[in-house]
Design a protein around this ligand. Structure first.
Ligand SMILES: [Zn+2]
Ligand SMILES: [Zn+2]
Ligand SMILES: [Zn+2]
Length: 257
């Protein structure tokens, strides 16, 4: 049986932690777990590297995780904190002498086309632009031998996709999960999910709501991500159930595929 190695490239919310100009206890913390770049994960399997989202920190995250090739990007949605690092895939185009396929919902791909018009217009480029190929996600799909199951959820009024591979699921930026998607979140070994802060938020799940979803889905382990500076790593972990922890940049685990 093959396996998937997951690395959390970024566990922070859209502004990152430390947050610019802030000197709260978490932003000024010396605990490296309290340094959170923007939300993304690396899926490494079968000699391939696939990232979920290209954050504004993508270049730094790829260096830090020693990513030497990039085979595909899967997008959850098109908010700035999930897409703005796309331009930094260019070195992989050059090194691999080819395009990098991007997967997303039709809506996400339309927003990518609009945000990155210089990639998609036909004007001759005087300098390098990312070489990409767009693939609609309209249901479960196979990517380099792995079955990827999209998990539709709502992020305020906007749709967002989580993804399941084997007994691992990644679901960030959600405020509500429909029953049809909950059916896809059972029997998980690892469940990485949005838990922005303690205080409720209109477009994100908070700690209390995410704990309720974990209690309902009963994964073996749950990891909170997209975390803002309201949660200190050590302090928040001490208040969580044994099988639930804050994710952190660099967290790694393996799951069978
Ligand atoms: Zn986000
Ligand atoms: Zn702060
Ligand atoms: Zn978002």
């Amino acid at each position: 049986m093959s396996s998937l190695q997951l690395t959390v490239l970024g566990s922070g919310t859209s502004m990152g932690v430390p947050t610019l100009g802030c000197h709260c206890a978490v932003c000024d913390s010396s605990d490296p777990h309290d340094k959170r770049t923007r939300p993304s994960v690396l899926l490494a399997y079968g000699g391939r590297n696939v990232v979920i989202d290209t954050t504004p920190d993508f270049r730094y995250q790829a260096m830090r995780a020693h990513i030497d090739r990039l085979d595909a990007v899967i997008y959850t949605h098109a908010h700035a904190d999930h897409i703005l690092g796309l331009d930094d895939i260019r070195p992989f185009n050059l090194k691999q002498k080819g395009v990098v396929p991007l997967y997303g919902s039709p809506q996400t791909l339309a927003l990518l086309r609009a945000q990155f018009a210089y990639i998609f217009n036909d004007a001759p480029a005087e300098s390098t632009v990312p070489l990409v190929e767009l693939h609609d996600i309209d249901g479960p799909f196979d990517l380099f031998g792995a079955r990827i199951i999209p998990i539709p959820a709502m992020h305020g009024s906007q749709p967002v996709l989580g993804f399941r591979l084997g007994a691992m699921a990644y679901l960030t930026d959600f405020s509500q999960v429909p029953e049809s998607s909950k059916a896809l979140l059972r029997n998980l070994d690892h469940f990485i999910l949005d838990a922005l802060r303690y205080v409720p938020h209109p477009t994100h799940s908070n700690v209390e709501q995410s704990l309720a979803l974990v209690a309902e889905m009963k994964p073996k382990r749950a990891w909170f991500t997209h975390i803002c500076h309201d949660l200190g790593h050590a302090e928040a972990n001490a208040r969580l159930p044994e099988n639930v922890r804050l994710a952190y940049d660099g967290l790694q685990f393996e799951v069978p595929l």
